[in-house]
Design a protein around this ligand. Structure first.
Ligand code: GUN
Ligand code: ZN
Length: 436
């Protein structure tokens, strides 16, 4: 019989969507729970009292009595090659790309370097409790190879792709419409659906692709109906004006992607800070996803994404949250949730902690079309878990002692939490990070 892993402790997961119901009613909270795992998947999850007789006598139980176990978190937008230039001073988007990002990305033609950064990046992701992410590599196919190799070694479920960029970028970072297509097709063939690895066709953003390249990206998507697509949209005013100049015959920035056949479920548009009603409607109609990146938007001075407008029940847009490293200054989605709360407050709206945690787990999985396998603690789901420690720091401890309810504990966790709040992270049932 295959080996069983048994984890005991308080756990929480979502049984409903907290944007559609009372947020705390959406949570299933087991104050003394048991999660049994076999072959990387959850086979049973429920109360210890009801289920402990199912633990095989040969199985040791790992107990987290004063922690809070959750599904691993899902980052819907992040650039691994930008890890080394995180927290670079002073610029807004276009100048920041020129000054910091392009020189950093130029180094990824070197496979050895790419492997080293991919390894550090994935280790950091697990340290902050993130078990799945939609990740940009660079224009170099080696950068994708390095990333998937490392993710495969860890058995993490990752979505990644080679950046397509055939204009308005330095010589050493440009492909051509045809070479970008050919290299992407070869990487799709090699990696999409291999183990837990998934491919995203990745045109960086409209200004760095010719219409021919965008059309070929659309052709790649048309070749497999479960491929992902990721790009940037409506992040910054200068960028938006540039897109209007470059594509004068398109009705809007979003229309550039739409006409190329890039909008459909599993297409992830990062930022959309300056989206208008027509954009949200079109995202809703096509089923694509917006990655809300509040830390990055504040860091680059891009503006405030109106999360609750995107989620308007009349034409709700699938939405996840993203750290957007290196424009985002924190990889921890707890820190991103703290930013999301403050941005929502600034717009006169309230992001409930259950809604925030849903966006970071089950909602993120749904935004990526992976809700059948990750983001929830229930039988059949992959055992990707993170173990929160709400009292990880002296401040967390004091605040936790005064917490009056689970909702209060969760709110303080999302406001004060960071890498220290992650006691352990499991990937397909294997503990790959332990804080202490
Ligand atoms: N727009 C185009 N490329 C990028 C990038 O690397 N980061 C961010 N934040 N926006 C972009
Ligand atoms: Zn980005």
């Amino acid at each position: 019989m295959s080996q069983t892993t048994a984890i005991r402790g308080p756990f929480l997961t979502f049984r409903a969507d907290p944007f559609e119901t009372d947020p705390m009613e959406a949570i299933l909270h087991e104050s003394d729970g048991l999660i049994l795992i076999r072959e990387g998947r959850i086979v049973t999850a429920g109360s210890w009292d009801d289920l402990h007789h199912q633990v095989p006598s040969s199985t040791a139980v790992t107990h987290y009595p004063d922690k809070l176990i959750s599904a691993g978190m899902v980052d819907t937008h992040v650039h691994y090659p930008q890890l080394p230039i995180i927290a670079s001073y002073g610029e807004q988007l276009l100048e920041w790309l020129e000054q910091y990002v392009f020189p950093a990305e130029a180094r990824f033609g070197d496979l050895t370097y790419a492997r080293a950064v991919a390894r550090t990046f994935l280790k950091e992701l697990l340290r902050v409790g993130t078990t799945t992410a939609a990740v940009y590599c660079t224009v170099h196919p080696q950068s994708v190879e390095a990333f998937f190799e490392e993710s495969e070694r860890l058995n993490t479920c990752m979505i990644a792709g080679k950046v397509l960029m055939d204009r308005n970028a330095p010589d050493n970072l440009r492909d051509t419409a045809q070479s970008g297509y050919d290299q992407s097709a070869a990487l799709i063939e090699r990696w999409h659906g291999r183990g837990r690895q998934l491919y995203a066709v990745t045109p960086r953003f409209a200004p760095t692709s010719t219409p021919e390249q965008l059309d070929l990206a659309g052709a790649l998507l048309a070749s497999h109906d479960d491929l992902f697509m990721q790009t940037h949209l409506l992040e910054n005013h200068s960028e938006n004006a540039w897109v209007r100049e470059l594509f004068p015959d398109r009705a809007s920035y979003l229309d550039v992607y739409d006409k190329a056949g890039l909008l459909r479920p599993r297409s992830i548009l990062a930022h959309a800070v300056h989206a208008q009603e027509a954009d949200f409607q079109r995202c809703h109609d096509t089923g694509c996803t917006i990655a809300h990146c509040p830390g990055s938007n504040q860091f680059l001075g891009s503006g405030s994404f109106p999360l609750f407008r995107a989620l308007d029940p009349k034409r709700r847009v699938r939405t996840g949250i993203g750290s957007d490293i290196g424009a985002g200054p924190a990889l921890s989605l707890l820190q991103v949730l703290s930013d999301a709360y403050k941005v929502a407050q600034g717009l006169g709206t309230k992001l409930h902690p259950a809604q925030g945690l849903w966006l970071a787990t089950a909602g993120g999985a749904q935004a990526l079309g992976l809700q059948d396998r990750i983001g929830t603690i229930a039988p059949g789901f992959h055992a990707d878990l993170c173990v929160f420690d709400p009292a990880a720091t002296p401040l967390g401890k004091i605040r936790n002692q005064t917490a009056e309810s689970l909702s209060d504990v969760l709110f303080a966790l999302t406001m004060l939490g960071d890498d220290r709040s992650i006691a352990a992270t499991y990937v397909a049932g294997q503990r790959l990070h332990t804080r202490d």
